[in-house]
Write a protein that binds this ligand. Structure first.
Ligand code: ADP
Ligand code: MG
Length: 251
């Protein structure tokens, strides 16, 4: 279980989160929603130990281990994976090299080049990714949607146990979105990872049916509900949904 308790986070002397609390049990699917600039990506970066963010208060533990004492590599070794909102491009290192290196770092059974290539080809075909991408530089000159699909390839290859998807759905066309949602559902059925989905769109949540939906505003989670809370937001926006949930007195 991941437990974030009373977390206060600052960046460039600005407080982004204050007394933030969140608990995600093994295998659970949570959605995190909130207006632009609310601090959603900050949470994903904090969990993955981005050093640009200063934690002035609070704790983050995972299976009784203190994440705040770890660096990004150590957190990744625990099985965390972040599909970041803006995947970076790295020219000169191919996807095959990155995945091979990451698998090696995980210390699992080594695949020889042929086995690795066959596995990569199989998942590329399943995800409708051209197999030529296997030997292209990481995200280099790829379209926004292509980059997002590559995240799924990494997930299937690296088999993470705790996945954070930061607006994975942005930039994907309708068909790719369906394919990605189905693929994630299949992955969740097979590997039962915990999932934290940050999104503004209904598509992923319609397929993955989160156990809990949280709304982040004013530096903390102000509402937690089931899938119907997300539906209210999609239909009415944050301000109106909030009024309705609080009794609709001001309508
Ligand atoms: P969200 O993902 O909810 O849209 P973010 O977590 O990206 O929001 O950002 C929350 C707030 O913190 C925003 O106002 C953003 O401008 C600010 N912020 C995030 N990272 C930095 C940074 N490295 N330096 C300065 N401000 C930052
Ligand atoms: Mg963001």
């Amino acid at each position: 279980m991941l437990t974030i308790k009373d977390l206060t986070v600052k960046v460039s002397n600005k407080t982004i989160l204050e007394n933030f609390n969140l608990e995600i049990k093994e295998g659970e699917i949570h959605a995190l929603m909130g207006k632009n600039g609310a601090g959603k990506s900050t949470i994903s970066k904090i969990i993955l130990r981005d050093e640009a963010y200063t934690i002035t208060k609070g704790t983050i533990t995972y299976k009784n281990q203190d994440l705040l004492k770890m660096n990004t590599t150590e957190v990744a070794r625990l099985g965390f994976y972040l599909a970041s909102q803006n995947p970076i491009e790295i020219d000169g290192i191919t996807n095959a090299e990155l995945i091979r290196c990451a698998l090696h770092e995980q210390g699992k059974k080594e695949l020889n080049i042929l086995e690795l290539n066959n596995k990569l080809k199989k998942y590329c075909e399943k995800l409708d990714i051209p197999t030529s991408f296997i030997h292209r530089s990481i995200n280099y000159n790829m379209s926004g949607g292509e980059k997002k699909k590559m995240e799924l390839l990494y997930i299937w290859m690296l088999e993470p146990k705790f996945i954070i998807l930061d607006e994975l759905d942005s930039g994907l066309d309708v068909d790719s979105l369906k394919l990605v949602a189905n693929s994630l559902l299949e992955y969740h059925k097979q590997f039962k990872p915990s999932l934290l989905i940050i999104t503004h769109q209904p598509n992923l949540l319609n397929s993955l049916k989160p156990h809990k939906v949280h709304i982040l505003e004013n530096q903390e989670i102000t509402q937690t509900g089931d899938f119907s809370l997300a539906q209210k937001i999609f239909e009415n926006g944050f301000s109106r949904a909030s009024l309705m949930i609080n009794g609709g007195k001001n309508e």
